[in-house]
Write a protein that binds this ligand. Structure first.
Ligand code: AHR
Length: 655
């Protein structure tokens, strides 16, 4: 059979990863020789608003373009005429409300029947049978009318309706709420907002949320997705990007101050991923409502026990786009100072008061702050220095995260590190989106890194394979096992690598711009990729100290396709031994635990696949999942068998 170039290339990669080797090995774990502490922040997550991760994703709002602020104000909306007529006039009252200037002025002529608007949601509205949905709207009506809601399938069949409420004409904006249940599960429902009577009204902030959000917070986050993040037990959350921090141009950058306070006062902007790519990865309906804003990010971090790591614009737009720089960075530095006050200031400070008004009087205990995302060259270092000077002097308690650009090496990378070393910055963020082979070949990347000076934050990484048409397929087992092999190197070097996060985190299967991604979702379901399970294996067995794993006195980082690292947890008295077998042969190891006594029991968790290109999908989410069994270890010398193509975690109680 003639191989296509892509198939041939994939086969070549798979041979590299799964080359046969029959040798058995000895493996010494020096349990009594902890070499360095593992920072609690070691394994974290990077939330970036890409792939509909926020609006249409984690933020559980089901109505798209709820405040008519998209570039096309009626995007997502259409008229519904059932026995009634009417018209909609998009109206602007910028002088009254600069953050949310538009509303729909609706003329209703429906004394016999109804007239209204239908919203299509984000690639449809996902609703579940018997679950409750909470609707709200701001209305200003000049005549008495009635309002009711219907939920319909994509074919128009009714699958839920609310009672009808009276709208008494007050001429004032007033919030109305309604609740109803869906009678059927449907991934692509539509919401109809229907008026009865005759007259005129103004409508804004038309909103629908599931009642069951994360922690049942009204207007909150999608519970299933947050649970998946919480299950990773991440040490930190880096947010909100990524390139959206930078913006295509400075006017389109992420500004945290416009994302806090009442949701109706948060100023919507276009998401920069709206126009970054051509069909099918473009998304003309991708905007940022900021319903998930900085307060919610801090709250989420607190909920799941992760240190918040906000990234702020450093006075530079994306260098892949306009590359615009701010002449004066003072306002940007002031934003950073104000953010620290918002997070940590007392209730009596201006920004601390807002935090309290939003429901969190206690400080969020911010410890890290990122200055810039993925900037490079002198223009970045010049600006970074200005931030560094002020922030270090005013907030020495905050660790600053700087960037080294988009590449794992090269002149820009070297220049950034040289300059950042001179500044003795706290952490340098490195990004690498590379082939699985690169990850295998770089498992020793940090073994010889300079231990003095800044620490490493591996802030964005993922093994990238060739494209194939199915979105989730790029998260193949082959990419996941290569990341696992590499991560043993991060763990072994935990004295210099203090933080690491896969990227990106979330992707809607029908609205993605970038892949692979850790978690895929649609309007109803979510799926963990093999890469997610690798992250989970490492982050849930973080331990407190690294201990050496040696093979004939040397670290195992690729010899005979084996990669290994280990930690002990001094609080729990356990050993976490990770061994990654990237070959297509089973391997047997004689393990010797030096310095431990009377070991017994333990668990053995294995993520494996005989098919390098295996992946999980929303329809088949369990093709590659970890399996945990009792390890039945007795004593300090024992044999372990590794399956071909496997990521293995042995967790043992130790003395
Ligand atoms: O994660 C996708 C993008 O990759 C990020 O926005 C950016 O930081 C990097 O280039």
């Amino acid at each position: 059979m003639k191989k296509t170039p892509i198939a041939a290339a994939m086969l070549a990669l798979s041979c590299h990863l799964f080359s046969a080797n029959a040798q058995s090995q000895n493996l010494v774990v020096q349990v009594n020789k902890p070499v360095t502490e593992v920072k609690p922040t070691m394994w974290g997550i990077f939330f970036e608003d890409i792939n509909f991760a926020a609006d249409g994703g984690l933020y559980a709002e089901l109505v798209k373009n709820r405040s008519f602020e998209f570039l096309n104000p009626m995007m997502g909306w259409k008229e519904v005429k059932k026995g009634g007529t009417g018209k909609v006039l998009v109206t602007n009252h910028e002088n009254e409300n600069a953050a949310n200037p538009r509303f729909a002025h609706i003329t209703v002529n429906a004394e016999n029947g109804v007239y209204g608007l239908e919203n299509e949601g984000f690639r449809g509205i996902g609703v579940q049978k018997d679950k409750e949905y909470l609707f709200s709207v701001l209305l200003r009506n000049s005549s008495d009318m009635k309002l009711r809601l219907e939920l319909v399938t994509s074919k128009g069949e009714k699958i839920g309706e609310s009672s009808s409420i009276n709208l008494n004409s007050t001429g004032q904006w007033k919030k109305y709420t309604l609740a109803f249940k869906a009678t059927q599960t449907e991934p692509k429902a539509k919401l109809q907002v229907l008026f009865e009577g005759k007259g005129e009204l103004d409508a804004d902030m038309i909103s629908l949320f599931p009642k069951d959000t994360w922690k049942n917070r009204p207007g909150g986050l999608r519970a299933d997705l947050v649970q998946m993040l919480a299950d990773l037990k991440p040490g930190f959350i880096r947010f909100p990007g990524g390139c959206i921090v930078e913006g295509r141009e400075l006017s389109n950058r992420y500004q945290w101050k416009t994302t806090v306070g009442p949701v109706e006062d948060r100023k919507l902007i276009m998401n920069r991923w709206n126009i970054e790519f051509k069909e099918p990865r473009n998304a003309s309906d991708y905007f940022q409502s900021f319903g998930l804003g900085f307060y919610e990010y801090f709250q989420l971090s607190e909920d799941i026990g992760a240190e918040p790591l906000p990234i702020l614009n450093c006075g530079m737009a994306c260098q892949y786009n306009t590359g615009e720089v701010a002449e004066n960075v003072d306002p940007y530095i002031q934003d950073a100072l104000d953010l620290i006050e918002f997070a940590n200031g007392s209730e009596n400070t201006k920004w601390g008061q807002l935090r309290k008004a939003m429901g969190h009087p206690a400080p969020f205990n911010l410890k890290f702050l990122g200055v810039g995302n993925e900037q490079w060259d002198e223009q970045y270092i010049e600006r970074y220095k200005e931030f560094d000077k002020v922030l270090r002097q005013k907030h020495p308690e905050i660790k600053l995260v700087s960037g080294s650009g988009p590449s794992s090496d090269g002149s820009r990378f070297d220049y950034a590190w040289k300059e950042l070393r001179k500044l003795n910055t706290d952490l340098v963020d490195e990004h690498y989106y590379k082939s699985p082979e690169w990850f295998l070949n770089n498992a020793k990347r940090y073994d010889n890194y300079d231990r003095k000076g800044p620490k490493v934050f591996a802030g964005e990484y993922a093994a990238h394979m060739k494209d194939s048409p199915i979105p989730e397929s790029k998260n193949s087992f082959q990419s996941a096992i290569a990341e696992a092999a590499f991560m043993t190197g991060l763990e072994r070097n935990a004295d210099v690598v203090h933080m690491a996060s896969y990227a990106p985190l979330l992707a809607h299967v029908e609205a993605w711009q970038w892949r692979p991604d850790l978690i895929w979702f649609d309007n109803l379901k979510a799926m963990a990729s093999p890469n997610y399970y690798v992250q989970k294996i490492f982050s849930t067995s973080k331990g407190t100290h690294v201990v050496p794993v040696l093979n004939n006195g040397a670290v195992l980082a690729g010899k005979d396709s084996i990669y290994a690292s280990a930690t002990i947890d001094k609080k729990k008295n356990v050993l976490n031994l990770k061994v990654v077998n990237t070959s297509n042969a089973a391997k047997t190891f004689n393990v010797n635990l030096e310095g431990a006594s009377a070991v017994k029991g333990g668990t053995w968790e294995v993520l494996s696949s005989s098919e390098p290109f295996a992946y999980n999908s929303l329809d088949k989410p369990t093709v590659v999942v970890p399996v945990t069994t009792a390890a039945k270890v007795k004593g300090t010398s024992f044999k372990v068998n590794l399956k071909p193509g496997s990521v293995n975690l042995l967790t043992l109680p130790i003395k």
